[in-house]
Design a binder for this molecule. Sequence first.
Ligand SMILES: Cc1cc2nc3c(=O)[nH]c(=O)nc-3n(C[C@H](O)[C@H](O)[C@H](O)COP(=O)(O)OP(=O)(O)OC[C@H]3O[C@@H](n4cnc5c(N)ncnc54)[C@H](O)[C@@H]3O)c2cc1C
Length: 448
Amino acid sequence: MTERRTIGVIGGGIAVLAAAYRLARQGQRVILWERNSYLGGQAAAFTVAGSELEYFYHHLFMNDHDIRELMEELGIGDDLIWLNSSVGFFADGKIYPLQGALDLLRLDFIPLHDRIRIGFVTLYLQKRTHWREFEQITAADWLRRAVGERAFARVFGAQLRAKFGKRYDQVAMVWFWNKLHLRTQSRTSPLQKEQLGYIRGSWNTLINRLGEAIRENGGEVQVGVGTESIEQNEDGTWQVSTTDSQTVTCDALVATVPSPLLLRIVPNLPDWYQDKLTGAVYQGAVAMILQMSRKLSDIYWLNIGDPSIPFTGVIEHTNFIGPEHYQGNHFLYISKYLDQNHPYLTMSEDDLFEEYVPYLQKINPDFSPDWVSQRWVFRERAAQPIITQNYSERVPEHRTPLHGLYLANSAQIYPEDRGTNYSIRLGNRVARIVQNDIDHGLIGPQKV
Ligand SMILES: Cc1cc2nc3c(=O)[nH]c(=O)nc-3n(C[C@H](O)[C@H](O)[C@H](O)COP(=O)(O)OP(=O)(O)OC[C@H]3O[C@@H](n4cnc5c(N)ncnc54)[C@H](O)[C@@H]3O)c2cc1C
């Protein structure tokens, strides 16, 4: 039988929680450090109006199997619920419902033959199953060729710009294809309404259950404690210094921090691996949540196709999970993806709200700031890795070149787009790699 090892895990997001749970179940001694005062990272929720609501809007697609399986295993499978969603596109001062393929024909701000082209291209992309054919070309080049410049600029290009700003033309087609492909899986036919998944009680239901399961299996979960520095001992084990002045020796470390952050805590990684880490470029995200007395629109997910509007989308959560779950209040996220220097990442909440009000009135002219009883702003710098051409060649390996140091973060999710389902898959995978290395005697003090 292999010896029990001490595995330190850095970060308490979904990926690390899944990895820590698996390793604790395998009998390893797990110590988890999360610098925030709560677990769950980007998927966590906070208390509003007697319920829990995610800091950043969350839903699942029908083919998110890893999260379903984990929830079943943890005895909370029944908390995953499937509900009708409603999607819209805002352009030319109007909300265009996009419930099925036929709605594309109603986008009357572009000529009919452009709409027909968009419809055919969408159906074509939904049917393609091999991501590799979309790896070597950017979404902008592929889509421009497929639907023509005018339709591209008004529809697909507008969406790409809204999400990736000035980097919109660097995103690989594989990212765009994957988005369409996923959405198809959430419908049984192109004419059917889309169903999306939500976790009863918010993502915290899963996050809290994972935290409990780690503890039940002998793991230690420390929240409000960040890792400050990590250093490798001569025998290959790791010395971790934390923000509450602990120094802990671990046989191995699993880090789920964004790639640039790993470089800051472990500066002596070999150049070729550093290049892979610095190659990961992220879009940040700013989410403003409004608690309102009335709804803004009837749509859950509203993509913004109007270039004068400074945000990416409006996600009206209570058009998905009804206001009766929140003491009758309506909750709406105003979502903005942005680059790392964008002023919204540091702007005060009041100024940001002032900035947004006229645009919310563009969407619904009746909107008044009086509808809003509370508001919050949450910001995340590593929200969306930018997937560029031939990304498969640049994904950093989970097993870093330093003995006993492993990485599992969203820049390693490929060809799928990042999301909690894939973070769980990542956590499961890295736990298997670590366990395998333990079984082969590759983890633990080495002879010096
Ligand atoms: C706006 C937005 C919308 C999203 N919508 C969806 C959605 O609809 N569906 C979906 O499935 N996913 C969605 N996601 C993505 C999903 O939330 C993330 O992909 C997933 O939660 C990432 O998990 P992770 O564990 O990889 O990273 P993170 O959640 O980022 O966790 C990393 C953790 O590491 C901690 N940390 C960092 N440095 C240290 C340190 N030195 N010491 C200790 N702790 C440290 C951080 O505090 C953080 O908690 C969304 C994300 C955003 C931003």
